[in-house]
Design a protein around this ligand. Sequence first.
Ligand code: NDP
Length: 330
Amino acid sequence: MADTFTALILEQHNNQTSAEVRSVPRDALPAGDVLVRVAYSGLNYKDGLAIRGKNKVVRSYPMVPGIDFVGTVEESASPAYAPGDAVILTGWGVGERHWGGMAQYARVKSEWLVPLPDGLTPRDAMAIGTAGFTAMLSLLALEERGLAPDGREVLVTGASGGVGSLAVALLAALGYSVVASTGRADAHDYLRALGAKEIIDRTPLTAESGPMGSARWAGAIDTVGGATLPGVIRTLAPNASVAACGNAGGFDLPTSVLPFILRGVNLLGINSLDTPLERRKVAWGRLARELPRDTLQRTAHVVPLREAIPLAEQILRSQVRGHTVIDVNA
Ligand code: NDP
C-alpha cells in the first residue's frame, strides 16, 4: 500500500458537514486487524444521511462514510483471513463510528467481515450490498414465520428504492406474487421488469381509515415506516407478518393493537447492522444462489467516488432508483 490513498472525507465545523474527496495518509486509518483494498462501496439511505450531516448518523469526525464495501484483504493479523481473500462488510457501525467503505482502503475488525460467496463477483456483491442483504434478512424472518410462495400476495413498500427493488426481485425470483407500493409513477415499468405482479400507489396505504382494513397480504417487507407501516399492519391477512426494516417515511408508528389481537399478525424487526456471522453467511449464500444476476443489471448503477456527494442529497429526496454502487477507484 502506498503512503496515501483516496477517500471521501466528512468533516464538521459549526454544525455544518462538509464532504470532499481527497488524499489521506495511510496512518490515518483506524485500528483493526485486517486491511482491505476496497473495490466498491454502496450508497444507502443512511450514507445519504451521513454525507449530508443528518440524524446524527456520524458519531465522530473526520469520518469516511460507506456502511458497506467489498474488497480484497491486503494485510491480516487474523487467522480467519489471508492476503488475497475477497471479503464483504456491511453494518457494525462502519461509516458511522468507524471509517467506512468510501475509500480505497479500510482497516476493520476481522469479525465484521464475511467471505465473498462463490458465484458472486465483487461488483455484484455491492450491487446487492446492505440493501439486498436487508431484503434477504427480511425474507428469512418472514419464512421463519411460515411465509411460502402459495400464490397469495406479498407487499413491498418503498419498492423503487434500494432495499425495495431487491426485495421485489428476490421475492419474484422465488415464485412469490409480489405487489409493489411506490410513490413514483415513472417506476412502474421498472418494477414490472423486476417481477412485480401489480403496482399500487403508496398514498392509500397511509390513509387513516380505522384500525383494520381488508385482509390482503400474506406477508410484507416495509422499508418506509412512518404512516405506511400502520397501513400495512391493518391490511395483513390473519397470522401474516410484516418485516419492518426501514424508516424512509418517518420514525413514528401510530397504530392500533387490534390487528395484533384480532388477526394475530406479527411485526418483525429487522436490524442488518449487528446480524451474527452465521446468519450473514446464510443470507449471502442464498443471495448468491437465488438472486438472478440480470436483476442486478436493472437495479444497480455504478458511479465514481466523487458522485456520492451529489447523490447523497438525491437519495434523501427519493430521486435515486434502485441501488447505487460506488467505484472507489474511479
Ligand atoms: P432508498 O432511498 O433507496 O429507498 C427508500 C424508498 O422509500 C424510496 O425510494 C421511496 O420509494 C420510499 N419513500 C421515501 N420517502 C418516503 C415517504 N416520505 N413516504 C413513503 N415512501 C417513501 O433507501 P434504502 O432502500 O437504502 O433504505 C430504505 C430504508 O431502509 C431506509 O429507511 C434505511 O435507513 C432502511 N434500512 C434499514 C436497514 C436495517 O438494517 N434495518 C438496512 C438498510 C436500510 P418509492 O419512491 O418507490 O415510493
